[in-house]
Design a binder for this molecule. Structure first.
Ligand SMILES: [Fe+2]
Ligand SMILES: [Fe+2]
Length: 353
């Protein structure tokens, strides 16, 4: 996600946040099915499923099968082959609906089109929510226009619809969705970094390096200490996303739209499955990270996103992506799952209701 310059601030490189959120070097507490290409029932290398497969009790006449994956990042070279292999498997497996939970590709719309075309043979409904990477822009482009006009049109061209704008009813099951966004409510308060640094999406150590943030540093110099200046990371949405409004405003806008979807679906269905890109619950934010990575917690999601979901008793399951960190929690009456695809290992979950 972060492709910062290979320069040094005060002798330290301004560095990637997102790569460090990837758990490839860490053990995950739950079982992950590792693939062995020599065994026909296994997935190929680079494709993993978050949780063990359920027993074969799927009855197509009575069961709704919804497949959710996330963070295919098809614009990133090392992500491309694992994404292709995952798509092949998911198309073969089929289901009533497939949902891509964001960050399918980045600024290059042709790559997004290619990624969606990988699912041409999927036999059920094809749905997606955009991720923050899908809102990355170049030049005069506007992320809000991308989100509300360009992406839905491109998705439709490829046989998908964007859940943010078109919630779906499949029998007694409703599917709602949103990109979600962040409002810094998940920020790690223990770091003591002043809020304006989060709004600028730059940690003090990186801000001290870049001339464009000289004013920000000057304004808050009295509140910064050496430890703050050791934190030299940036969140690249600050450079690549242009919404024309604050993050808090955009977060509220998409949360309100999701609340409207839930209010609309609830009287008509027995259960609602929600898919969001950003994290709806702070419980899903990776904990115990070093400060340079803990800075990124602010950009993981928003408390109000979870509150909107919890306010609807019909929401039984929520799926998200974004952190590249697989996790599963029960929050209130909701089963919350982070799919946890990384750049090199794609994961998915099949939900049968
Ligand atoms: Fe991602
Ligand atoms: Fe993301």
């Amino acid at each position: 996600m972060f492709l910062g310059p290979d320069k040094r601030a005060n002798g330290r490189a301004s560095e990637s946040i997102s790569l460090a959120w990837e758990p490839s070097h860490l053990s995950v507490s739950r079982a992950i099915v590792k693939q062995d290409p020599r065994k026909s029932f296994c997935f190929p290398p680079g494709v993993r499923r978050v949780f063990p497969a359920r027993p074969a009790r799927y009855n197509p006449r009575t069961t709704m099968k919804i497949v959710i994956t996330a963070d295919l990042h098809y614009d990133i070279l090392r992500s491309r082959e694992p994404a292709r292999r995952a798509a092949e498997i998911l198309c073969r497996a089929g289901g009533d609906a497939l949902v891509l939970a964001g960050d399918t590709a980045g600024a290059d719309l042709d790559r997004l089109r290619e990624a969606l075309t990988l699912f041409a043979d999927f036999p059920g409904r094809k749905l997606m929510v955009p991720g923050n990477h899908c809102l990355w822009c170049a030049g005069d482009e506007n992320s809000l226009d991308r989100y509300e006009r360009v992406l839905p049109a491109l998705a439709e061209e490829c046989g998908f619809s964007v859940l943010d704008f078109h919630p779906v009813q499949l029998g007694a099951v409703g599917l709602a969705g949103s990109i979600g966004w962040y409002d810094y409510s998940f920020r790690d308060e223990s770091l003591g970094i002043p809020l304006p640094f989060y709004a600028a999406k730059v940690a003090p150590g990186a801000a001290a390096y870049y001339q464009e943030y000289a004013e920000l540093i000057d304004e808050h110099r009295d509140r910064l200490n050496d430890e703050h200046l050791e934190i030299s990371s940036r969140w690249m949405d600050g450079v690549r996303v242009s919404l024309g409004m604050s993050d808090e405003q955009f977060a509220r806008r998409v949360e309100d739209r999701l609340a409207g979807q839930l209010a609309d679906l609830a009287p008509r269905v027995e259960k609602i499955v929600a898919v969001v890109h950003h994290l709806p619950f702070v419980e899903l934010v990776p904990q115990g990270r070093p400060p340079r990575f803990a800075f990124a917690a602010a950009f993981m999601g928003a408390r109000r996103l979870g509150e909107v979901l919890l306010a609807c008793p019909k929401v039984t399951h929520v799926y998200c992506g974004h952190s590249h960190w697989p996790d599963r929690r029960t929050v209130g009456h909701i089963q919350a799952v982070n799919i946890g695809s990384t750049y090199t290992e794609k994961r998915w979950e099949t939900l049968e209701l």
